[in-house]
Design a protein. Structure first.
Length: 442
């Protein structure tokens, strides 16, 4: 290789984004996922023993799904093909699959990596199936969505699913320090970043390694020059992220104070206060998915059947939050305002808590024989299912059959309010109880 070729290759590598330059080449270079890649853990053993089969990596953005697929390909000396759900048609898939089948006959493995596999339609996913079954390819799919819902059942049943977790703040910090020290990163430059500023970047990243490295790169490129040294300040990071400093530590007291303020404002039907506390959290760098999970809980705990649509709207907001900030701020605002104005009932919460106390104190209470499932002759001879009354066989779709254990007969856990739609559930429940009382056999 002549000097001009070396210079070209060097320039090409230097021009790559920082996350690409630092992409790990071995298992030990991967930050995070110790539950899968630590010594003796299942995925590490499969890779080291070269026993990798088709698998799905499920986890949030920037946690190393693509990186892990690359490391597997390097370790197993396999041909690595990257498919895009947007640009790949069925004809393209079949052509590559046939080439992989031909290569298999000559002893060459092919790993097909499909990022965002949930974006592939059913026909595209089905095109992989026969080649996965024959072992022509090792399919590695990556998804941020639950594969149980987004990947065809036939394909999913032939893949192991591994759940990847968001990186901890300490893991992101370790990655940022490596970026500053590594020759592939900023090791060849004099860059000064205080520990506090690194922690700020790590906190902004919310467990996303790619976001953390991209933020660091942007901050260094926009850092203050002092001689031959680049200084990255808190203000630089805030400008690069268009976000203010974290106003609270996510593991600290203020974190819980603010989510409490949001809950209590919604519970008190105060949409203005609720939106204010929501903005305080999101602009401080809180994970929108954390807020969305708490809002979803509120929909059932504090609204419940007073407005059954509340849960639908909260779940829709949670799903929309996967698109990230700043877009999801308005999705959460919609949910928070709706929940603030919805009629309130905590009847479902109190029902479960009351039932939980009885369940925990009577864990060994047997299921009444008549509502057990008598699936075998022996079970039926023991009385399983004897006396069971099938509600659909009756005109009223009701029977006087008791379903609680004898020791708990008469217990009432769900006590509906008259708020909103729950008033209709209350009327229905009262009708059911009156009918059962009138028809009860003594």
């Amino acid at each position: 290789m002549n000097m001009s070729e070396q210079t070209t290759l060097f320039d090409r590598e230097a021009a790559q984004p920082l996350p690409s330059r630092l992409r790990p080449q071995s298992i030990d270079e991967i930050v995070g996922q110790r539950h899968l890649l630590g010594e003796g853990k299942v995925l590490r053993r499969l890779i080291e023993q070269d026993m990798v089969s088709s698998m799905i990596f499920w986890g949030p953005p920037g946690v190393g799904k693509t990186t892990l697929a690359n490391v597997i390909a390097l370790h197993t000396k396999a041909r690595f093909i990257n498919f895009s759900a947007v640009t790949t048609g069925i004809k393209d898939i079949r052509a590559v699959m046939q080439q992989a089948e031909d290569n298999r006959r000559f002893g060459e493995k092919t790993i097909v990596f499909v990022d965002e596999i949930h974006r592939f339609n059913k026909a595209q996913q089905d095109a992989f199936l026969p080649f996965v079954e024959k072992g022509s390819i090792i399919l590695i799919g990556a998804t941020t969505e639950n594969p149980s819902f987004e990947v065809n059942g036939a394909l999913l049943s032939r893949c192991k699913v591994f759940v990847l977790k968001a990186l901890s703040e300490d893991e992101v910090l370790a990655l940022l320090r490596r970026a500053l020290e590594s020759p592939k990163g900023f090791g060849g430059q004099r860059v000064r970043v205080e520990e506090e500023v690194l922690r700020l970047i790590a906190a902004f990243a919310n467990g996303d390694a790619r976001a953390a490295l991209s933020t660091l790169e942007m901050a260094v490129l926009n850092g203050e020059l002092s001689g031959d040294e680049t200084i990255v300040t808190r203000e630089t990071v805030e400008q690069c992220t268009s976000r203010k400093s974290l106003l609270y530590d996510k593991a600290g007291e203020e974190h819980y104070n603010l989510i409490s303020a949001l809950h209590k404002s919604m519970r008190n039907s105060d949409p203005d206060a609720a939106v204010y506390w929501l903005a305080r959290m999101l602009e401080a760098g809180e994970d929108p998915l954390y807020v969305a999970r708490r809002v979803t809980r509120f929909a059932s705990e504090d609204v419940g059947l007073a407005d059954p649509r509340a849960l639908e709207i909260a779940v829709a907001a949670y799903q929309a939050c996967h698109y990230g900030m700043p877009e999801c701020s308005v999705h959460l605002t919609e949910a928070v305002v709706y929940l603030s104005l919805a009629p309130k009932s905590n009847a479902l919460y109190t029902a479960y808590e009351s039932a939980k106390r009885d369940a925990l104190s009577q864990l060994s209470e047997p299921v009444p024989l008549h509502i057990r499932n008598g699936v075998t002759g022996l079970m039926r001879s023991e009385g399983y299912g004897k006396g069971y009354q099938y509600a659909h066989d009756t005109e009223e779709k009701l029977t006087d059959m008791r379903c609680l254990p004898d020791s708990l007969l008469g217990r009432e856990y769900y006590q509906p309010t008259t708020q909103g739609v729950e008033g209709r559930f209350k009327e229905r429940l009262e009708q059911i109880k009156a009918w059962k009382e009138a028809h009860e056999k003594h």
